[in-house]
Design a protein around this ligand. Structure first.
Ligand SMILES: NC(=O)c1ccc[n+]([C@@H]2O[C@H](COP(=O)([O-])OP(=O)(O)OC[C@H]3O[C@@H](n4cnc5c(N)ncnc54)[C@H](O)[C@@H]3O)[C@@H](O)[C@H]2O)c1
Length: 345
């Protein structure tokens, strides 16, 4: 099933329920370079046999400028030109690296994504934002350019570890919180096994629903000057603690959403029961609620957030489940919330 969406920076083909192996059979191998990580290359050796493939270590710390420089050299070595199409096959780390690299290599080459994690399928591969980290500061340099295509082959998820399913659900719960109260209810009455262990109808529907929500928001505001910021619900605190404590992105987002809901009760009139419902939902999808945070260290990183304006940060809060808004919050309100979260553990 294929459909296209045209954003200001380009048109993306969404290849749902597709087979990457079939795709490789028909692609122009001479002008294609695959980029994946060591882990995926080992799990799926047959996929990487016939097309030139560059491989990076399977860790968040690969998402940096050294890796971009190394890959650019490798591309020169395999004689990749302006006509080359880069295809990122992997989770969010790979799609961020490849989207960024493709935007800058020879001032821009075409690229496509084959997300292999649930998080990659519902979020990281969608929307055209791709960045890398500078030290502990997440996604601080990046680009906004759309891939030519995103191919969804849910067979990759057969090898996905349980923990990575939970990480993917953190972003799905985020969509429910900011834009889809009905999906919040649906998620609350199911669990990971419902989506993972039966035939994949429910899972595919869920992925397509998330892609549709993200596309709707990105279409209105591709450059993130307004409502695209809503996608950052839970992410402001998450980005600060993710690299500080080497937490997986999804787990950090789960904790970040709890903190954002605590702030929402104070500043946006969110009903207290919504926080309890969120905590229940996170637990259902095996996401941690408790975590000790050094508020001072986290604030130092938070102050470098891209949504900072002078001594405030545009923080995403909920008025109710399914309705997010942007609040400009002074640093001290955020620091107090971090301390309050830490002492509630
Ligand atoms: N650009 C964006 O809009 C955006 C949005 C959300 C997240 N992100 C970024 O995405 C990253 C997180 O993505 P992620 O959770 O996919 O992490 P990831 O890419 O690190 O993948 C998680 C783990 O799963 C493994 N893996 C991948 N596919 C597999 C498969 N099919 N079978 C078995 N193992 C597999 C990987 O090797 C890795 O160990 C973060 O860096 C985050 O900042 C970007």
């Amino acid at each position: 099933m294929q459909h296209s969406v045209t954003f200001p920076s380009g048109t993306v083909d969404y290849l749902f329920q597709a087979s990457f192996s079939d795709f490789l059979g028909t692609c122009d191998k001479k002008h294609t370079v695959l980029i994946t990580n060591e882990h995926i290359a080992k799990l799926y050796p047959a996929l990487f046999k016939e097309v030139r493939t560059l491989v990076v270590p399977p860790v968040e710390s690969s998402k940096d400028l050294q890796t971009i420089a190394r890959l650019a050299k490798d591309l020169l070595q395999v004689e990749a030109t302006k006509k080359t199409m880069l295809i990122g096959v992997g989770g969010g780390v790979i799609t961020d690296i490849v989207g960024f690299l493709a935007a800058v290599y020879m001032r821009g080459v075409s690229f496509g994504f084959v997300p292999t994690t649930l998080l990659g399928m519902v979020d990281a591969s969608i929307g055209g934002k791709n960045g890398v980290n500078i030290g502990m500061n997440k996604n601080i340099v990046g680009t906004i350019t759309q891939p030519k295509f995103i191919l969804f082959d849910t067979r990759f998820l057969d090898t996905l570890p349980d923990d990575e399913w939970s990480n993917g659900f953190a972003e799905i719960i985020k969509y429910a919180c900011i834009a889809d109260a009905e999906m919040f209810e649906e998620l609350s009455s199911n669990n990971i096994s419902y989506y993972r262990d039966q035939d994949d109808t429910a899972l595919i529907k869920l992925i397509e629903r998330c892609v549709a929500i993200k596309n709707r928001i990105v279409l209105e505001d591709e450059r993130e000057t307004g409502n695209r910021k809503l996608m950052n619900f839970g992410h402001t605190a998450a980005h600060a603690i993710e690299n500080l404590y080497e937490l997986p992105h999804g787990k950090a987002v789960g904790i970040g959403m709890v903190i954002a809901c605590m702030i929402s009760i104070q500043v946006a009139g969110l009903d207290k029961t919504a926080l309890d419902r969120l905590k229940k939902l996170l637990t259902l999808y095996h996401l941690p609620l408790r975590f000790n945070i050094d508020a001072k260290k986290a604030m130092d990183l938070l102050k470098m957030d891209k949504k900072r304006i002078d001594d405030t940060i545009d923080y995403i809060v909920l008025e109710k489940v399914g309705k997010a808004v942007i609040h400009s919050l002074p640093f001290d309100v955020i620091e107090k919330a971090l301390i309050q979260y830490d002492s509630s553990n």
